[in-house]
Design a protein around this ligand. Structure first.
Ligand code: BDR
Ligand code: CA
Length: 314
């Protein structure tokens, strides 16, 4: 059996974040979730923290270590996405308020302490929202950068353009200064941009297979997806919406589903028109050093088979 990877999930749930967390908790042979950190993103922090705990409880993991992090981006006013995710960020299914509580440590300190405590190169970071918490940790404790095994992050877009503006993807747009710090940090980065996630459509036949599992977690996920996809179905005219964030966890479980290349990525922070754009040097014309492994393609059917099989274990 392959080694068990230690991960921290940084997230702003979000229905697609919830699907990613479910995939991680359903895969204990491969992944050890050391902790989950909430960040402001899709909705304000009070909701992302609540939603994160709802998802942990749905997965039967009220024991999970949950931490609250940044309430706002490093240098900009907060931008949220209730138009996609609903008022709570997790609209679509009726679930009880969580009873588990958050740990007292701030998410940024949890990230720093964990990386200092664990052996060098042991911990993988998975970010499913704006990069604020990780950037603040790197600013506060630059010594952690070389200790990180890898960052796998959902964010950015290049041939596919943006989703919150014509140029920018939501997670990077919300806190471009944070993304700039992260991409300049020297951490090994795997980037899951819209180019990949727009291939992961919640098509009817795929969702029907999740529904057929017949379990409560599966039904809740189906209800969340039905709510979440309506915005993108209208926008793109597609069969289903893109399931962004589980791509991060799927990559850890089955990297062979994805293909991409090493290239340079810079973050636009100064322009008003293109703030948060990920300038990906796919054709290697800039001469700038590669700082990320940027994914471009995915075996979408293989991804949904994996997700369905794992959700069935919850
Ligand atoms: C990203 O933004 C959020 O709305 C989703 O949860 C995902 O992380 C997609 O642009
Ligand atoms: Ca997210």
């Amino acid at each position: 059996m392959a080694e068990r990877r230690k991960i921290i999930i940084d997230t702003d749930p979000g229905q697609d974040d919830a699907a990613a967390i479910m995939l991680a908790f359903a895969s204990p042979d491969e992944l050890e979730v050391l902790g989950l950190t909430a960040v402001a993103g899709n909705v304000p922090l009070s909701f992302t923290s609540r939603n994160l705990r709802i998802v942990c409880e749905l997965c039967g993991r009220p024991d999970a270590a949950v931490y609250e992090g940044a309430e706002k981006p490093i240098a900009r006013p907060q931008v949220t996405a209730e138009h996609v995710h609903g008022r709570t960020g997790l609209d679509g299914a009726e679930l009880p308020e969580p009873t588990m509580t958050v740990r007292k440590t701030h998410a940024v300190d949890f990230i720093i302490e964990t990386l200092r405590r664990e052996p060098e190169g042991a911990v993988t970071l998975c970010t499913l929202g704006p990069l604020t918490n990780l950037a603040l940790a790197l600013e506060k404790a630059p010594d952690i950068a070389p200790r990180i095994r890898e960052l796998v992050m959902m964010g950015g877009g290049f041939f596919e353009g943006g989703n919150i503006t014509p140029a920018a993807e939501f997670n990077v747009y919300v806190d471009p200064e944070a993304a700039k710090i992260v991409f300049a940090s020297g951490i090994p980065i795997v980037m899951m941009p819209l180019d990949v996630t727009h291939q992961l459509l919640t098509k009817k036949d795929r969702v029907a297979k999740i529904a057929a599992l017949g379990t409560r977690p599966a039904q809740v996920l189906v209800d969340w997806l039905a709510f979440f996809e309506r915005f993108d179905v209208e926008k793109y005219g597609s069969d289903g919406g893109p399931l962004h964030d589980p791509s991060v966890i799927a990559y850890l479980l089955k990297p062979e589903l994805f293909s991409g290349r090493e290239c340079n990525v810079e973050i636009e922070t100064r322009s008003e028109l293109t703030a948060g754009m990920t300038v990906v040097d796919w054709w290697r014309v800039s001469g700038r050093k590669a700082n990320a492994r940027v994914m471009r393609d995915v075996d979408a059917d293989g991804f949904f088979e994996l997700l369905t099989e794992r959700v069935g274990r919850l």
